[in-house]
Design a protein around this ligand. Structure first.
Ligand code: SF4
Length: 274
């Protein structure tokens, strides 16, 4: 193995160990060669500023993203297209009967910093075949922008790929039937962090509900740190909890070593909620 892939691998390992430590796993057994490789990597001078630290011109660098092992962007996009095609042909649950279009999700397929997961498509999503394009989607776009990203830089998906009639909540068996598609997407995308939005997403991913109890507390799904927070549709109905949702997203930024937006000049507080 030449030096560059080796260093990338070691940096990915450091990133992973940092996540483990934050999750409370403070004891890790390492082979002596691994310790030596980590030490050698640590001594190597960086050619660019560390993540989140300002460059000479004052701008911030992007956080290092652990690459999807052996998966190039084109290969990841092709793998996701296969999953989307399988979902389009799927008739595993009752939601297939009234859908217009299957909504697999969209965005950066190659190790994005964040994968946002919601409940299920609504009317507009069902019509366009895209996730989060209605009113809640507009608010999500603002939240993503406030975090310093564009929608193309992250990935957005839902627990269920088909719209429930009359926008009802998906049933537990419908979520279970659809979950393999989402898991397959996660295996391809390998996001650094998952943000689960709303009670249904949390129930589908973690098997427990209670958004007010669980939001803001790190969990894990498929080996990836998961932050539960409110669904944008809930924030539209109850704007008073936007501040709490923003606090959750700031925790995500901190975990990604991304800069948290500067204090709002008008409020004098930390970055204002979108
Ligand atoms: S919601 Fe998921 S499991 Fe149900 S029919 Fe659609 S793609 Fe298949």
């Amino acid at each position: 193995m030449n030096n560059k892939p080796r260093q990338t691998l070691v940096e990915g390992l450091i990133d992973h160990l940092r996540f483990q430590r934050e999750c409370g796993d403070v004891t890790v057994e390492l082979e002596p060669e691994t310790v030596a490789a980590l030490a050698a990597c640590k001594k190597k001078p960086r050619t660019s500023p560390p993540a989140g630290k300002p460059r000479a011109d004052g701008s911030a660098t992007a956080a290092p993203v652990a690459p999807a092992p052996g998966r190039k962007p084109a290969a990841a996009a092709a793998a996701l297209a296969e999953i989307a095609a399988a979902a389009a042909a799927c008739r595993k649950c009752a939601l297939c009967r009234e859908r217009t279009t299957v909504v697999p999700g969209q965005g950066n397929a190659s190790s994005p910093d964040v994968l946002f997961i919601g409940e299920a498509p609504g009317a507009e999503e069902d019509r366009q075949g895209l996730a989060f394009v209605g009113r809640a989607g507009q608010l999500l776009t603002k939240m993503i922008g406030a975090m310093g990203y564009t929608r193309d830089e992250i990935f957005i998906a839902n627990i269920c790929k088909c719209r429930p009639p009359n926008n009802r909540q998906p049933a537990v068996d419908e979520m279970a039937a659809c979950l393999p598609f989402l898991k397959a997407q996660i295996a391809v995308i390998r996001p650094r962090v998952i943000v689960a939005m709303g009670n249904t997403a949390i129930l589908g991913l973690l098997g427990s509900s209670g958004i007010t109890r669980l939001r803001g507390i790190w969990s894990m799904f498929e080996g990836i740190p998961l932050m539960p927070t409110y669904h944008p549709a809930y924030l539209l109905r109850f704007p008073s909890v936007k501040r709490e949702a923003w606090d959750d997203l700031k925790k995500v930024l901190k975990r990604l070593d991304r800069p948290v937006p500067a204090p709002d000049a008008k409020t004098g507080g930390e970055g204002s909620a979108p």
